[in-house]
Design a protein. Structure first.
Length: 133
C-alpha cells in the first residue's frame, strides 16, 4: 500500500512538471557581463566573449554577411593558403570579426588577420586562430 501511494505521488509530480509551460517560468535575468557572447548584445564583444563565439553567433544583417563573404573571398583566392586556413570560421557581428580555427603556420595566421582588418567596413578583429603544423 505504501509503495502504491508513493508511486501515485511520483506519477502526479511528473505529470505536473510535464504540464508546466513557459508562462510559469521565472522571468529571464539580464546576462552578466561575462556571459557567452550569444547571450549579449552583438556590439558588446570583448576578448573573453570572443573566445566563446561560434558560427551560430553570425549576425543575419546584410552588412555583416557581406563582410564575412568579402573576407572569405580573400582567403579562397590566395593559392598559398592551406585548406585549413581557407576554412577558418569567420563570425561577424556589427562589423566586429572573430576568427576561429586552425592554420598550419604563423604566417597564415598573420595573413588572415591582416586580410580581415583591411576589409572595408570591419571595425575590429579578434584573432583566435591556432597554429597546428
Amino acid at each position: 500500500m505504501k509503495n502504491l501511494l508513493l508511486g501515485a505521488s511520483l506519477a502526479l509530480l511528473l505529470v505536473g512538471c510535464d504540464n508546466m509551460n513557459k508562462k510559469d517560468m521565472p522571468p529571464a535575468t539580464p546576462p552578466h557581463k561575462d556571459a557567452p557572447a550569444r547571450d549579449r548584445a552583438p556590439g558588446d564583444m570583448d576578448r573573453r566573449s570572443a573566445d566563446r563565439i561560434t558560427p551560430e553567433d553570425q549576425s543575419e544583417s546584410a552588412a555583416d554577411r557581406t563582410l564575412t563573404q568579402n573576407i572569405r573571398q580573400q582567403l579562397v583566392k590566395n593559392d598559398r593558403l592551406s585548406t585549413s586556413a581557407k576554412n577558418v570560421k569567420i563570425i561577424t557581428q556589427n562589423g566586429n570579426v572573430v576568427l576561429n580555427g586552425e592554420v598550419v603556420s604563423e604566417d597564415e595566421k598573420m595573413w588572415i588577420d591582416r586580410a580581415a582588418k583591411s576589409t572595408n567596413g570591419v571595425k575590429s578583429v579578434v584573432n583566435n586562430l591556432r597554429v597546428n603544423p
